[in-house]
Design a protein. Structure first.
Lengths: 465, 196
């Protein structure tokens, strides 16, 4: 009898090529995803005169710098996109270039194309690589030196992280989404609460999530400091994957499902840390400060720094000053200047459907941008009539990419402007210099759009199915 | 990358927690080639908005003392390039973003952990000024503003900083193992290969 194992331990063991005496493991990388930001790593490889070790397992996509609207493209953005194209061509890497029908945000197209599968180890030079863990894949972001190492060897040296299980029991309330769940636990544990840990999300509320919801949940693992997030694959996972472009077929499919069925934590497996959350306690949640941990239910008030723990007071005062907020103000009284729906966190078809459900037949009181997570999501949203709902509401319907989440492709929030955003980071200057970001679910962004202020989406959904 | 064992320089205190990588280097600067130098991008917006910012007043600082969760957020190694090119050789904090720490060590920058109490003591001691700082990587000790400290650092990372090792060279010694692993993995699990 072997001791019960966690899902994480099984995945780690399946990729460990060797364990060095100092406790560092050399891990095999099944998929390596690169984007324009990987230029430093390609340059390092070039300096050594090396070739990519496994071009068949390396995929490139234009996303961070992708222009989402027609018009002039700045020279430095053009150069970033061209450089990726040259690197992909010279190294024989399949590239999803700007006009490729499969183009989109790397963490949206990985799953969409069937490149992301349970049991794989996936790396990308982007912290939100944790997203892919929603399939039961070991997926984590790395820096440029490590990207270069993976390009050169298709392996990565890693120290084994600790394990944490976050169990969410019960059922999420109406209009409460995976985004609210993620912001809730990050507020509870802190932006470094899961530092050094691999999280497994479990419990009935997680099992009930769609793949889109699980992707959102795992995506935000990094905002709580975790190395990666995991959800054990199940029928929901298998149904999502079947028939996708790069997914296994025929006999390989049967073998895959057989292997994947074993990818769960054994009964009695021990985690280094256990956290339990009651789903019924989670309300639609918004951030008020400049860290994802600064999150509260929409029914709450802007906190008074004086009432916070001593170590948080200075940070909270600085955050309120940057955000232009006064302690004690009801969150629902905070007016917004604009809205954004999109990103690797919430730019998938289900996210757009939920936002459209709120916006249908209504007008946005503020300008806003909707950027689908991929060209395929864009097409589907247009076919389903969602794009029409957004434009009828007065929002701009744009192309696919990282867009207004990342402040490097021309889509920016102006200085001092307040944006209700379905993205992942409310850091100072993230959406543009001086921009004020409030994170929330796409449905909550839609609620902010139609009311002109941070708002509880629940009453707006009454009578809508 | 060349290794190092000792720093003798000046330390300053950055009294913030959660200094994320978007603050360390705003995204708009990241398309620049490294050869142009990233030092001027370090904490660019904060420094431009505040002429009295500690890094404006002490542009020759070598050691940064700061609060918890330094380098959280994006995996951008450019945040480390900005620190290194500015001249920072070590950062002391109660905690760091995981990816940032790896990036730091890969570029010769020491991410040294101290307790919250030790950090607060140093921040009080240094105040708005600067202070003498010496760091010894071999025995994991430091003397900052007259306070003798021992810091926490993964021994693997200590070795890497001291030797200036490059992982690609180390890994190349195991090429045969890697090749065998790949063959065995895809033979046992053909589904793990991209289908088309």
């Amino acid at each position: 009898m072997t001791a019960p194992q966690t899902l994480f331990a099984k995945l780690w063991a399946a990729h460990e090529i060797m364990l060095r005496e100092d406790g560092t493991s050399l891990l095999w990388v099944d998929r390596h995803l690169v984007h324009e930001g990987s230029h430093h790593a390609f340059a390092k490889l070039g300096d050594r005169g090396m070739k990519v070790a496994a071009p068949d397992l390396t995929f490139g996509v234009v996303d961070h710098y992708a222009p989402t609207r027609a018009g002039e493209v700045a020279a430095d953005i053009r150069r970033m996109i061209d450089t990726l194209g040259q690197n992909a061509r010279s190294q024989g890497i399949r590239l999803f270039d700007l006009r490729d029908p499969g183009q989109g945000i790397v963490h949206v197209i990985g799953p969409e194309q069937g490149l992301t599968l349970p049991g794989l180890l996936i790396n990308c030079g982007d912290s939100h690589t944790s997203t892919h863990g929603a399939f039961g894949a070991l997926a984590f972001g790395v820096g440029a030196t490590e990207v270069a190492h993976i390009l050169a060897t298709q392996t990565i040296w890693q120290k084994r992280p600790n394990t944490m299980r976050i169990t969410i029991n019960g059922v999420l309330g109406a209009a409460v989404s995976a985004k609210d769940l993620a912001l809730h636990w990050i507020a509870k544990l802190g932006a470094d609460g899961a530092r050094g840990h691999a999280i497994e999300y479990a419990g009935t509320a997680v099992e009930a999530l769609s793949m889109e919801g699980r992707l959102t949940l795992c995506n935000l693992s990094i905002e709580g400091g975790a190395r990666l997030g995991l959800v054990a694959p199940d029928q929901v996972t298998f149904d999502y994957i079947k028939g996708r472009n790069f997914a296994p077929t025929a006999a390989a499919w049967d073998a895959a499902v057989n292997d994947w069925a074993a990818l769960k934590s054994d009964e009695g497996a021990v985690f280094d840390c256990e956290v339990t959350i009651n789903a019924a306690e989670i309300a639609p949640t918004v951030t008020w400060g400049t860290s994802p941990e600064d999150a509260l239910p929409i029914t709450a008030h802007v906190p008074d720094p004086a009432n916070l723990p001593a170590t948080k007071q200075e940070q909270a005062r600085a955050a309120l000053e940057y955000m232009g907020l006064t302690a004690g103000l009801p969150l629902e009284a905070v007016n917004v200047d604009q809205v954004f729906i999109g990103s690797c966190t919430n730019g998938r078809i289900e996210d757009l459907r939920l936002a459209a459900k709120v916006l249908a037949g209504r007008k946005s009181r503020v300008p806003g941008l909707v950027s689908p997570g991929s060209a395929l999501v864009k097409k589907q949203a247009e076919d389903e009539g969602l794009a029409q709902i957004f434009t009828d509401a007065g929002l701009e319907w744009a192309g696919a990419g990282c867009s207004m989440c990342v402040g490097m492709n021309g889509d920016l929030v102006g200085s001092g402007k307040r944006c209700a955003s379905s993205t992942n980071r409310n850091f100072k200057g993230r959406q543009g210099r001086g921009a004020r970001t409030h994170l929330m679910s796409p449905a909550m962004v839609a609620a902010a759009a139609v009311t002109g202020h941070l708002a509880d989406v629940r009453p707006l959904l009454e009578g809508r199915t | 990358m060349s290794g190092w064992t000792k720093i003798d320089g000046r330390a300053v205190a950055l009294r913030q927690s959660n200094v994320d990588t978007d603050q360390l280097i705003p995204a708009r600067f990241m398309s620049a080639p490294r050869s142009e130098g990233y030092g001027s991008f370090l904490l660019h917006d904060a420094r431009q908005e505040d002429a009295a910012h500690v890094l404006n007043r002490f542009a020759s600082a070598d050691v940064l003392i700061t609060r918890r969760n330094f380098g959280s957020g994006s995996s951008r190694e450019a945040a480390v390039y900005a620190l290194v090119d500015f001249g920072i050789k070590a950062v002391f904090a109660p905690s760091f973003g995981d990816i940032f720490q790896s990036n730091a060590v890969n570029n010769g920058l020491l991410p040294a952990r101290l307790s919250e109490d030790q950090i607060e003591t140093l921040i009080d001691a240094i105040g708005e000024g600067d202070a003498d700082a010496s760091v010894d990587l071999i025995d994991g000790s430091a003397m900052i503003g007259g306070h003798a400290l021992s810091f926490d650092l993964d021994p693997v990372w200590q070795q890497k900083l001291v030797n200036g090792w490059d992982d690609i060279d180390l890994t190349s010694q195991h090429n045969e193992k890697i090749t065998k692993f790949r063959a065995a993995r895809f033979a046992a699990h053909p589904w793990a290969l991209p289908a088309t």
